[in-house]
Ligand binder design. Structure first.
Ligand code: G3H
Ligand code: 13P
Ligand code: ZN
Length: 345
């Protein structure tokens, strides 16, 4: 099966009332772990690469790895998605490489930091839709800004500023109508990376969990029941994974992620794509650290990359089950970009 347009995966998820994990990749081990997890849980899946990932993997390697992935598991619907595209050119490059979906993150300007105006966001997102749809390629846009800047994607908003940049449901309706996008990333108080909160108890100084505006998702779903929403920054940052890192020489302070129950609540209300990167990074780092500490005589990369791949695999399996995509790989006949071209016409 060739790579599937992401739109179909989202449409089917909406029909089935489940969410689909969109997992970030940079290398072979992550791709193999995701595909094995999708196979073992019988899940459709979205694999995504950031601009940083494309640079790291030199693009062509990622393309070939994805070809290998669909060849090994032809019964699994897989979409290949560009995460946080910052310009029409970046989106064009990904499409030329064979990506079946792109995100134009027009919430920020090309530097990936400075918030765009609403009009700028509409304008650039619409340009990408006009380019991508005739090629059958899916487009995700973002309205509102995520907090944080840990991995270079975000406006670096303080906990107080985040409130002013949450997605406005009324504006969301206008944005979807004006751009014609397929999936809408919403800002509801999540941020990328392992340190999502930025909120401290004023009395004890202890970190507090991030405050999420789930009611905005509910409201957008009420206004646009057919709109596929995307939750970025959705790693749960499980304490057990952070503990392994710290047990083997790491130094990560206490932190909070997004509880699975809140993601599941989002899925009940129209969230179809759930972005997870950090949890796989944590699992991989913990597994590698463990080998380094317990078996310091080892120097063959396979001795630590194999456990790393297994640890990431477990994260993917758990998320696929929790988001509800497990069991749905065989529900439908996958379409091609050619079919999607006709659909958009
Ligand atoms: O969108 C954020 C993802 O975690 C990708 O991060 O740019 O470090 O690859 P990255
Ligand atoms: P996390 O950092 O929470 O895994 O979020 C990843 C993400 O949103 C990628 O776009
Ligand atoms: Zn993101």
């Amino acid at each position: 099966m060739p790579l599937v347009p992401m739109r179909q995966i989202l449409d089917e998820a909406a029909k089935g009332g489940y969410g689909v994990g969109a997992f970030n990749v940079n290398n072979m081990e992550q791709i193999q772990a995701i595909m094995q997890a999708a196979n073992d849980t019988n899940s459709p899946v979205i694999i995504q690469a950031s601009r940083g990932a494309l640079k790291y993997s030199k693009m062509i390697y990622l393309k070939k790895l994805m070809e290998a992935a669909v060849e090994e598991f032809p019964h699994i619907p897989v979409a290949m998605h560009l995460d946080h595209g910052n310009s029409l050119d970046t989106c064009k490059q990904a499409i030329a490489l064979g990506f079946t979906s792109v995100m134009m993150d027009g919430s920020l300007s090309e530097d990936g930091k400075t918030p765009n105006t609403y009009e700028q966001n509409v304008d650039i997102t619409r340009q990408v839709v006009e380019y991508a749809h005739p090629l059958g390629v899916t487009v995700e846009g973002e309205l509102g800004c995520l907090g944080g800047i840990e991995d270079g994607h975000g406006a670096g908003l303080s906990a107080d500023e985040v409130d002013a940049h949450l997605t406005d449901p009324e504006q969301a309706e206008d944005f979807v109508a004006k751009t014609g996008l397929d999936a809408l990333a919403v800002a509801i108080g999540t941020s990328h990376g392992a340190y999502k909160s930025g909120r401290k108890d004023p009395e004890t100084g202890e970190m507090l969990p991030p405050k999420l505006a789930m009611e905005r998702i509910h409201e957008i779903h009420k206004r646009m029941p057919n709109c596929h929403m995307v939750m970025h920054g959705s790693s749960s940052v499980p304490k057990e994974l952070v503990d392994i890192i710290n047990q083997y020489g790491g130094n990560m302070p206490d932190t909070f992620g997004i509880p699975i129950e809140q993601i599941q609540d989002g899925i009940k209300h129209g969230v179809r794509k759930v972005n997870v990167d950090t949890d796989s990074r944590l699992a991989i780092t913990g597994a590698i650290r463990k080998v380094f500490v317990e078996k310091p005589e080892k120097f063959d990369p396979r001795d630590y990359l194999k456990p790393a791949r297994e640890a990431a695999y477990q994260v993917y399996v758990d998320r696929m089950k929790a988001f509800g995509q497990a069991g749905h790989a065989g529900d439908y006949e996958a379409i091609t970009l050619e079919d999607a071209k006709a659909y958009y016409k």
